[in-house]
Design a protein around this ligand. Structure first.
Ligand code: FAD
Length: 457
């Protein structure tokens, strides 16, 4: 056992960023204390990525049953048993939690249960005990934000975390926020049979994506009967005994069983001693350089508390980077622009790199785009999905952005990431043979077309 005053690394928070840092640091022979006030695995494992994707898979199964006749299969959807759905979701989370717990134990990491507070650049206090490390890594994650005057009651007005625990399918829902989380829940509830209306203040759903992707998702949602009001500000909500009345700018009201608040996530950094110990902060987020170092030399920060994409795989990558940096391996910093983004609703939206608008802003007019319609892809037709693969490249130069919409396109983002991350030119990708019939072929064909050798484009 390492004395409490001489760890190499003390990690505060055991979510994606924190536990990845702890695992890699231990693997590199560093002594690690990992402090967690709730459960190893954090948001992603317990109330984020994993349970929502389990719901989305159950939703896909429901859609498959509902639409089975299109494939000549006679099945009927008799209903959604939320106890069963939750049992399946919780079993997936439980198995992964057990695996993670075993992994952390197996690597000899000291897990400290309790809420920690930074008390100096090298110490964290937990219930009166001080844990000292050569370095401290802050990884306290994020919480669901609300809007001024909008009170989450956990009954009719819910956060995403509360929405994961419903024991029945609501007949109708208003989803406030058309970003990733809002669109994923809207998609699940629609597949389960609810009437859904999304209210989004910006002009498009998934507003951080390429406009073409947003518009394609909007078309698909409209077709699925998901209503949405973009460019629409929330004004107020009246909570009754069995319904909510949501009023938007202009005075329209939408009535529903539930209101989901999905307007973004704020950093968990308040009252944890960060600012008091001189860690520079901006709007609650911890300021870091590209090496995840804060303004205090001994202190690093990773994950959702650092401004940028709030994604689990970004947290993992930053955590691993920090462990290697502390171990003196001089790793390459994590590049924000090559981090893939996926919205796992039906249809999926996936992307990596710059949107067309960002590329035009960055490189002026020297931009070329190519959109390959999934209508030309055999596997997409088998899956009966509509969508596209869009490439954004610098004229005569590398591909700087890939944007995709369609069923399961999240699974294609790995290849897209290699293209953008390795700054490949279409000519580099065009000779690589893609397996047939896969949706990956759409990526291959898009590159062929940009290289001047279109096949089915
Ligand atoms: P967290 O995972 O939030 O972990 C922080 C940990 O710190 C928590 O366990 C917390 O209990 C602990 N902690 C906080 N304060 C203290 C303290 N004082 N003392 C001790 N412990 C403390 N990302 C994806 O990449 N893909 C997805 O599909 C995806 N889906 C999502 C769906 C939903 C509904 C939500 C909410 C998020 C989703 N995310 C997804 C985002 C992802 O969950 C986060 O980006 C990721 O969890 C961030 O990791 P983190 O380590 O920064 O923080």
């Amino acid at each position: 056992r390492v004395p409490k005053d001489s760890y190499d690394v003390v990690v505060l928070g055991a979510g994606s960023g924190g536990y990845a840092c702890a695992l890699r640091a231990a693997e590199l022979g560093l002594s690690v204390a990992l402090i967690e006030k709730d459960r190893l695995g954090g948001t992603c494992l317990h109330v984020g990525c994993i349970p929502t994707k389990a719901l989305l898979h159950a939703a896909e199964v429901a859609d498959a049953a509902r639409e089975s006749e299109q494939f000549g299969v006679r099945a009927t959807l008799e209903g959604i048993d939320m106890a069963g759905v939750n049992g399946y979701k919780d079993a997936v989370v439980g198995r992964l939690f057990k695996g993670l717990t075993g992994l952390v134990k197996g690597r000899g990491i000291e897990v400290v249960e309790g809420a920690g507070r930074l008390t100096s650049p090298t110490t964290v206090d937990v219930a009166g005990t001080t844990y000292t490390g050569r370095h401290v890594v802050l990884a306290t994650g994020s919480y669901p934000r609300s809007l001024p005057g909008l009170e989450v009651d956990g009954e009719r007005v819910l956060t995403s975390e509360q929405a994961l625990r419903l024991d029945s399918v609501p007949a109708s829902v208003v989803v406030l926020g058309g970003g990733v989380i809002g669109c994923e829940f809207a998609s699940v509830w629609r597949s389960f049979g609810a009437e859904v209306t999304i209210v989004e203040a910006l002009p498009h759903l998934v507003p951080l994506e390429d406009e073409a992707s947003s518009k394609a998702l909007e078309r698909a949602f409209r077709k699925r009967g998901i209503a949405f009001r973009t460019d629409t500000r929330f004004e107020s909500v009246k909570v009754g005994d069995d319904a909510v009345q949501v009023t938007v700018a202009g005075g329209d009201t939408i009535e529903a069983d539930l209101l989901l608040v999905a307007v973004g996530r704020g950093p968990v950094t308040d009252k944890l001693g960060y600012a008091e110990q001189g860690v520079a902060m901006e709007r609650g987020f911890v300021t870091t350089d590209e090496r995840c170092r804060t303004s205090v030399p001994e202190v690093y920060a990773v994950g959702d508390i650092v401004p940028g994409l709030q994604l689990a795989h970004r947290g993992f990558a930053q955590g691993i980077f920090v462990a290697e940096d502390i171990a003196g391996l001089a790793p390459r910093p994590v590049e924000e622009v090559t981090i893939p983004r996926v919205t796992y609703c039906e249809p999926e939206v996936a992307s990596v790199g710059l949107t067309e608008a960002q590329a035009r802003e960055q490189y002026g007019e020297e931009i070329e785009t190519l959109t390959y319609d999934l209508a030309g892809n055999g596997k997409s037709q088998i899956l009966r999905t509509a969508g596209f693969v869009k490439l954004v490249r610098r004229t005569e130069g590398p591909v700087v952005g890939v944007h995709m919409v369609g069923a399961r396109v999240g699974e294609l983002v790995g290849e897209a990431q290699l293209v953008v991350g390795w700054e490949a030119h279409p000519d580099d990708v065009a000779p690589l043979v893609h397996a047939h019939p896969t949706q990956n072929e759409a990526l291959g064909e898009a590159h062929l077309a940009l290289a001047g050798k279109p096949l089915h484009a």
